[in-house]
Design a binder for this molecule. Structure first.
Ligand code: FAD
Ligand code: NAD
Length: 397
């Protein structure tokens, strides 16, 4: 018969894991697999705070797709998905007249910033989203430091506001702290002139995380000169900075929004039922009502036994991808699918290159131990993608 056609959208953690799983398990000619991604590379979202702050080159955070896929098993199309039409089993791409059709679709298009309709945020803030967006942040910070020297020395040029102190915000601030001494030397600016302000709406930094570890992180970052403003939601953002609830204005030439994420807008537009842009998938990670559409990673919503949604992470995304690959193989070979269960190994968040906090199993870790584990984690992902050669090429930049 005809070979089943599998189309995977997005080469993030979930999509890459699906494709890697398929290429390991599929025989040649058992299925046609197409991977669609808008860039020719996969990027490690989990490392984007580093190139954003300029502490590491962005080459460390991306991997060429053609370097890790087997072209005899996977066809890669570099293009941008324009529309998903699940009822017609078709996907429209920006640069292709003919729609892509499929027997099975895997959607792993990741997330987009959630701005909660806050006025001026989309127009005036920066986002830690992909390689292109973090290059803008690094360049903008440097430009503003140069401007501070070259023009009238206005404090807002060297004031950086980070909106939202979840994991992304805290990890980014941790990198900024590492970058500042060198950056200040480069631009002849005294370090104490620079303001790094982390603004959080909730009553605590990293809401929901272990209080002892949160305290460790806050104390460390404050010692490095970070100002935390908790309990103070940002209500508006404009060219001059941000306005907080209650009306206080903070002038800052650089505002980076790390206030949360939602599913890719293409999910909603495809007509799936969504919560914050994410599909509440069934136990096999399928979109309700569609036996041939799997949704993985930040586009999907999976609930734990207490009925609470798991936060979107690379960890769950890659486990989902791996499970979908196995289940697709089962479907193709006439076998039985297995339900997805998330196995939380732990959580690790960096505070710059030499410090971190985390929980592994039931154990709390911090300092250089946590930092080492975080680094080992990134290496493990590189190993999964491309074995030892990729670890050696990317892991030590
Ligand atoms: P992504 O990895 O975001 O990939 C989506 C892919 O789809 C991208 O390649 C994108 O280019 C592509 N795409 C999007 N739209 C289109 C389109 N229209 N057409 C074609 N291609 C498209 N999680 C952890 O578990 N541990 C961590 O330590 C951690 N650290 C993080 C640090 C930062 C700074 C950030 C921002 C996130 C972090 N996360 C972490 C969360 C984690 O990165 C995400 O949950 C994870 O990337 C989700 O994987 P995904 O496959 O759903 O999407
Ligand atoms: P998040 O939703 O986890 O955190 C956003 C923060 O912004 C929250 O603390 C929220 O209270 C705050 N906020 C919202 N509106 C605000 C406002 N108006 N003013 C001020 N603060 C406001 O988002 P994130 O940090 O980008 O993380 C997204 C996902 O990625 C999460 O699931 C997270 O677990 C995961 N992630 C994990 C890691 C890690 O494991 N190391 C790192 C980064 C992200």
């Amino acid at each position: 018969g005809k070979k089943p056609k599998i189309v995977v959208l997005g080469a993030g953690y979930s999509g890459m894991m699906t494709v890697i799983g398929l290429q390991k398990q599929l025989q040649y000619n058992e299925a046609e697999v197409i991977l669609v991604n808008q860039h020719p590379y996969h990027y490690l979202t989990t490392k984007l705070h580093e190139p954003a702050a300029g502490t590491r080159h962005h080459e460390a955070a991306r991997v060429l797709i053609e370097d890790v896929i087997d072209p005899r098993k996977i066809t890669f199309i570099q293009d941008k998905v324009k529309e998903i039409r699940p009822k017609e089993r078709a996907v429209d791409l920006v640069n292709r007249e003919e729609p892509l059709t499929y027997d099975y679709l895997v959607i792993g298009l990741g997330s987009a910033p959630e701005t909660f309709g806050i006025r001026g945020l989309k127009e005036n803030a920066f986002f830690i989203r992909n390689i292109d967006s973090v290059r803008m942040i690094r360049e903008h910070i440097e430009y503003m430091f140069a401007k501070y020297r070259n023009e009238e020395q206005r404090d807002e040029y060297i004031t950086i506001v980070v909106g939202g102190a979840g994991f992304t915000g805290v990890e980014f601030v941790g990198e900024l702290v590492d970058r500042m001494p060198r950056l200040c030397r480069e631009f002849d600016i005294p370090r104490e002139k620079v303001r790094l302000i982390s603004i959080e709406a909730a009553p605590t930094v990293l809401p929901g995380f272990d209080p002892e570890l949160v305290q460790y992180a806050v104390e460390y970052l404050e010692k490095q000169g970070v100002e935390f403003r908790i309990n103070t939601p940002i209500e508006q953002c404009d060219e001059d900075g941000v306005i907080l609830k209650g009306g206080e204005e903070i002038k800052a030439a650089t505002v980076v929004w790390t206030g949360g994420v939602r599913g890719n807008h293409l999910i909603e537009e495809a007509g799936f039922e969504t919560m914050r842009g994410r599909v509440k998938v069934d136990e096999y990670l399928r979109a309700p009502g569609y036996e041939d559409v799997f949704v993985v990673g930040d586009c999907s919503l999976v609930f734990n036994d207490e009925g609470r949604p798991y936060p979107p992470t690379a960890q769950i995304a890659s486990q989902q991808g791996s499970k979908v690959a196995k289940n697709l193989i089962a479907l193709i070979r006439g076998g039985k699918m297995q339900p997805f269960r998330f196995d939380l190994k732990g959580t690790l968040a960096s505070l710059g290159r030499h410090n971190a906090i985390g929980i592994i199993g039931k154990r709390k870790v911090f300092g250089s131990t946590a930092s080492f584990l975080k680094w080992a984690n990134d290496l493990r992902w590189l190993y999964t993608l491309g074995g030892v050669p990729l670890v050696l090429r990317k892991g030590f930049i």
